[in-house]
Design a protein. Structure first.
Length: 201
């Protein structure tokens, strides 16, 4: 990244089936300085997962101690396991001039927004924060995509659709909304936003 580029903390949310993961992977490929945020979790490693590569694996005691110390930018309890992003992880990436991307739900994004607003104006996380909501063209199209995966039962799809309707209500909270009606066009639009924000001081 050139010296006049500002590194970014990109917080990206979307309903399940809107294409967020594919778009984030495309950004990582196209921006060599961009990395995924590595979260902390209290769950046990699965398969070939490595500490410090896929997650930072913490004990319940250590995780709670870090919450108490105010070290997390955001954290949540999901299905009995804790997940969270350490502020230091983000500071370290930004200090190296790297963009850091967080693929996170609307509640996590809300926590980060709140944390940033409580930071001093000159805090590097606050200055680098950009939030983007990726929306489907319509709820009908989202339903079609979820059915097209052929991996979920009708009950699971119905649950995802209800969750999506709730998530869509948070769309106005984001600085940018990008509608994923065509993957290539949407990827280009995201890249333009990032290029603009790199130079927005």
């Amino acid at each position: 990244m050139s010296s006049n580029c500002k590194p970014l903390l990109l917080v990206i949310s979307a309903p399940s089936g809107a294409g967020k993961s594919s778009l984030c992977n495309r950004l990582i490929r196209n921006f060599p300085q961009m990395i995924y945020s590595i979260s902390c979790t209290t769950r046990a490693p699965r398969g070939n997962e490595q500490n410090g590569v896929h997650y930072h694996f913490l004990s319940e005691k250590e995780f709670c101690a870090r919450i108490a110390a105010g070290e997390f930018l955001e954290h949540a309890l999901v299905h009995g396991n804790r997940y969270g992003t350490l502020k230091q992880t983000v500071y370290d990436a930004l200090a190296q001039g790297r963009d850091i991307i967080m693929d996170i739900d609307v509640q996590g994004a809300q926590q980060i927004r709140g944390a940033c607003s409580a930071m001093p104006d000159d805090d590097v996380i606050r200055q680098s924060f950009v939030d983007i909501f990726i929306a489907p063209p319509s709820m009908e199209e989202l339903h079609r995509r979820l059915c097209g995966r052929a991996t979920d039962s009708e009950a699971v799809i119905a649950k995802r659709m209800r969750a999506a309707a709730e998530e869509m209500k948070h769309q106005p909270d984001y600085r940018y909304t990008v509608i994923n009606d065509d993957f290539e066009k949407t990827a280009e639009e995201l890249e333009k936003i990032i290029a603009r924000e790199h130079h927005n001081r």
